[in-house]
Design a binder for this molecule. Structure first.
Ligand SMILES: *Cc1c(COP(=O)(O)O)cnc(C)c1O
Length: 466
C-alpha cells in the first residue's frame, strides 16, 4: 500500500515510512492512495472472529509491503493482550436499539489505547536494526498523552515529549502521564490551551531546522497508523449487530475528528454504515462545518469533556481531501487559507459529500448531564462525559427506526469522576489495573507556550540524529 499527502507535494511513502513520519513534509496528512474494498462475503466471514483476528483481516491491506500477516498478528496479540476484557472492545446493550461500544478497557482507560498500544509496538518493530532514534512530540488534551506514554515508556531508541495545557486536564489524566518516571518520558505543562499545544507541535514539524536535527514523529491522530487501528472496532461491532446484512449507525464523541474518520474509512471499505453522528460539545466547529459549511475556529471553552475542547480538528483535512476529488493542490490552498484566517467555507462538493454519510449535533452541558442520568437510572450504566455527549446525540438523531445505533464509549467514567458525580451522584472508582495512581511521585515541567521555550527544552534533553 502507498500513501499520499493531502496537500499533494510530499513524496508517496509506504506504511513503514508513513508510521515513522507522522505528518507529511508539505504540512499535509497521509492517506492511502486508495481505499481497500471488502465484499459482503469477506465482511460476513468476520463473524465470530476474535478481536485480534478481526484486526489482522481489517488492517492487512493497509500494511501490505511493510509487515507480513504473521508479523501483524504478533503485534496485535501483544497490543490487545494488555486489555482487561477478552473482547477488547465489548458491546453493551442499553435498550432495544442503543448500544455502547466500550473502548476503555486498555491500560490508561480511554479509547486512545486501542491505537497507541499498537503504535508503540510498530515504532519498536520499524526501528529495530536501524540507527534511527525517534523523538515523539505530542500535544494532548488529556487522553492521548497518557496512552502514548504508556505505549512507549522505557522503549529503546524513543524519547517522548508530551505537551498538555496546564490545569486543563483532569487529575487522573495528569497523574497517568506525570507519574511515569521512565527516563525517555518528558511531560511539559504549557501555559496555554490544547490548540496552542497542537499549533506548537505542528510548527516544530514544519520547522526545517528543528526537524533537520531530530527524527521527529507524531503520536497524535495525524499519524495514519492510529486511525487504521481504530477502523477495526467499527467492523467488530457492526458484524456483531448483523453486518453486512444490516446497516448500523455510530455516534462518536468527536474532538480531532480521528475516531469518526476511522468510521468513514470503514464505510469506504464496504461496511454498511447508515450514519456517522459527529457529536460535539459547545466547542462545535465540526457541527457548524457539517450542518452549514462554516468551518471557522472560535476560542476554546473549557468543559467537563476536555478531550473534545478543540476548535481546530486536524483530521477533518483528510475528509475534505477525499471529498474534493483528492486534489492536493486545491486542498493545500484551502487549508493555507484557513490557517491564515482561521475560517473557511466548505465547497459544495465537500458539503454534499459529507451530508451523504455524516450527521452532527452540539450537546449542551445540561443535555450531557441528562444523558448520564438517563443511562444510570434506566440501564445501570455509568458514563463518562464524552460518552454521554455521544449518547445524547444518538438518542435524538433522525434515523430510520430499525437501524441499531452504537455510541462509542471513549473513556472510563473514573477518569472524570468529579463530572460524573455531579450528574449522577455516583462517584466511579478507578479499576484496580491503574494501581496506586494517587500515591505515586509526579514529574513535569511548566513552560510558556512559545516555540523557543519548547524547542530549547527538547534540544537540551533529546537525542539528535546521528
Ligand atoms: C480523544 C478523545 C475524544 C475525541 O476523539 P477524536 O479522535 O479526537 O475525535 C473523545 N473522547 C475521549 C474520551 C477522548 O480521549
Amino acid at each position: 500500500m502507498r500513501y499520499q499527502s493531502t496537500r499533494g507535494t510530499a513524496p508517496e511513502l509506504d506504511f513503514r515510512d508513513v508510521t515513522l513520519a507522522g505528518l507529511a513534509r508539505d504540512g499535509g496528512l497521509y492517506v492511502p492512495v486508495e481505499w481497500p474494498r471488502f465484499t459482503p462475503e469477506q465482511i460476513a466471514d468476520l463473524a465470530g472472529l476474535s478481536y485480534v483476528e478481526t484486526a489482522v483481516r481489517v488492517m492487512a491491506p493497509f500494511v501490505a509491503g511493510s509487515l507480513s500477516e504473521d508479523e501483524l498478528r504478533d503485534l496485535c496479540t501483544r497490543a490487545y493482550g494488555r486489555f482487561s476484557h477478552d473482547a477488547v472492545t465489548p458491546l453493551v446493550q442499553l435498550d432495544h436499539r442503543h448500544f455502547l461500544l466500550e473502548l476503555f478497557h486498555g491500560p490508561t482507560l480511554a479509547f486512545k489505547d486501542v491505537a497507541l498500544q499498537l503504535l508503540g509496538l510498530l515504532f519498536e518493530k520499524f526501528l529495530t536494526g536501524t540507527d534511527r532514534h525517534l523523538t515523539i512530540v505530542g500535544a494532548t488534551s488529556g487522553d492521548t498523552g497518557s496512552a502514548a506514554i504508556d505505549a512507549v515508556a522505557g522503549r529503546e531508541k524513543i524519547d517522548i515529549f508530551m505537551l498538555h495545557p496546564k490545569g486543563r486536564v483532569s487529575d487522573v489524566q495528569r497523574r497517568q502521564m506525570t507519574t511515569v518516571l521512565a527516563p525517555n518520558v518528558h511531560n511539559i505543562a504549557i501555559e496555554g490551551s490544547f490548540d496552542d499545544a497542537q499549533a506548537l507541535v505542528k510548527a516544530m514539524f514544519n520547522d526545517a531546522d528543528f526537524s533537520g536535527r531530530f527524527h521527529v514523529t507524531a503520536v497524535n491522530s495525524i499519524n495514519w497508523a492510529r486511525l487504521m487501528a481504530q477502523v477495526v472496532y467499527y467492523f467488530y461491532a457492526a458484524v456483531r449487530l448483523g453486518a453486512p446484512a444490516r446497516e448500523v449507525a455510530f455516534s462518536v464523541p468527536t474532538g480531532n475528528f480521528g475516531d469518526v474518520f476511522a468510521g468513514y474509512v470503514a464505510a469506504k471499505m464496504g461496511l454498511p454504515v447508515a450514519k456517522l453522528i459527529v457529536a460535539t460539545n459547545v466547542n462545535d466547529i465540526l457541527h457548524r462545518a457539517l450542518s452549514s459549511g462554516d468551518y471557522s475556529a472560535g476560542t476554546v471553552t473549557p468543559t467537563a469533556a476536555p478531550s473534545m475542547d478543540i476548535q481546530v480538528s486536524s483530521n477533518f483535512e483528510r475528509l475534505l481531501f477525499d471529498l474534493a476529488a483528492r486534489d492536493g493542490a486545491a486542498l493545500g490552498e484551502q487549508m493555507r487559507g484557513f490557517e491564515a484566517s482561521r475560517a473557511m467555507r466548505l465547497t459544495n462538493a465537500q458539503q454534499q459529500g459529507a451530508a451523504a454519510l455524516f450527521a452532527s449535533d452540539r450537546i449542551e452541558p445540561d443535555e450531557m448531564a441528562r444523558a448520564m442520568a438517563w443511562a444510570c437510572s434506566n440501564t445501570n450504566q455509568v458514563l463518562d462525559p464524552h460518552t454521554a455527549i455521544g449518547l445524547a446525540a444518538a438518542r435524538r438523531a433522525d434515523l430510520a427506526p430499525h437501524v441499531p445505533v452504537v455510541t462509542l464509549a471513549t473513556a472510563h467514567p473514573a477518569k472524570f469522576d468529579d463530572a460524573v458525580e455531579r450528574a449522577t451522584g455516583i462517584r466511579p472508582t478507578l479499576p484496580p489495573r491503574v494501581g496506586d495512581l494517587f500515591e505515586r511521585e509526579e514529574r513535569y515541567d511548566v513552560l510558556p507556550a512559545t516555540f523557543e521555550a519548547i524547542t530549547g527544552f527538547i534540544a537540551e534533553r533529546g537525542t539528535p540524529k546521528s
